[in-house]
Design a protein around this ligand. Sequence first.
Ligand SMILES: NC(=O)C1=CN([C@@H]2O[C@H](COP(=O)(O)OP(=O)(O)OC[C@H]3O[C@@H](n4cnc5c(N)ncnc54)[C@H](OP(=O)(O)O)[C@@H]3O)[C@@H](O)[C@H]2O)C=CC1
Ligand SMILES: CC[C@H]1OC(C)=C(O)C1=O
Length: 331
Amino acid sequence: YRVSATPKSAAETTVDISTVPSEMKAWVYDEYGGVDVLKLSSNVTVPSVNDDQVLVKVVAAALNPVDFKRRLGKFQATDSALPTVPGYDVAGVVVKVGKQVKGLKVGDEVYGNISEKALDGPKQSGSLAEYTAVEEKLLALKPKNLDFAQAASLPLAIETGYEGLERAGFSEGKSILVLNGAGGVGSLLIQVAKQVFGASKVAATASTSKLELLKSLGADLAIDYTKEDFEQLPDKYDVVFDAIGQGEKAVKVVKEGGSVVVLTGAVSPPGFRFVVTSTGTTLTKLNPYLDSGKVKAVIDPNGPFPFDRVKEAFSYLETNRATGKVVVYPI
Ligand SMILES: NC(=O)C1=CN([C@@H]2O[C@H](COP(=O)(O)OP(=O)(O)OC[C@H]3O[C@@H](n4cnc5c(N)ncnc54)[C@H](OP(=O)(O)O)[C@@H]3O)[C@@H](O)[C@H]2O)C=CC1
Ligand SMILES: CC[C@H]1OC(C)=C(O)C1=O
């Protein structure tokens, strides 16, 4: 039977889930390197489904910097084997369920980050494909009011923001400075800090043309890093969340007893770095905020990129200028 994926922001898509082929189209690389190692293959084996997994017909996917850092070989010591189908973020429809799956059935519309540990043995067969296999516990039902492109844009980035805030002990009435408020993580983190955790003050950095976006997302203070250095400003924060690799400067503006969350690059006390853990539980917890529009998906207007333009999508993400998320749709 068929489900109709009618995204508000893209052409009508009908997803045929009546039959599951043995081979599929997928983006693959069999060596580490730049975007040119990526090949679009039409005879990749559809992944098999373990007892605790479901097979998802991919309707939309999203890119993350970890995808290109992994492709460059930066995490090869703990990577899964080559060849790799990249992609962590997925939104799609369940077409097959494993024997131990309890909470999902064929036809369910789901979204999630398919690799529980982003760097430690990530899925060899990822979401930039027509099908992907993923553990039930890493998925959530898609918010009814979000289309598949919007849903696919969320998982890894919003899970990172949420987990970082939890690890920092962030709570109602506290203040936060987000370094890189316009990127995939920051654009969601501003909203989650404000709407979900009840921040008293959210400050964030971006370049001149993105300051209004930061305020529209809920930032009380938008700092133009091309004109002023946040560490020269008088304000101190309960939490400083570094999503750009400025952990060493971040520690200069945290309050005594506060926390500095670092996503990338060097870190010194009281800062700490972590790697996101995927969980459907966080997405389910955030679904009411997403369905009500209190927290909105932020999709870079240069996209969504159709499946055959994934190389272009990565080249754009790798400029380090993406606003919100780079989404691949339709697939
Ligand atoms: N540890 C973990 O588990 C995770 C780590 N990460 C890492 O966190 C970082 C952010 O990820 P993500 O949000 O997806 O990245 P993005 O690629 O989405 O970030 C792009 C944004 O970075 C902004 N930017 C670039 N330079 C600066 C600067 N000096 N100050 C402020 N903003 C700047 C750009 O805004 P402008 O054009 O205005 O400069 C642009 O909008 C990446 O390094 C990623 O690898 C992400 C997720 C999980
Ligand atoms: C060490 C941080 C690394 O992990 C993820 C998920 C990234 O994007 C990184 O840079």
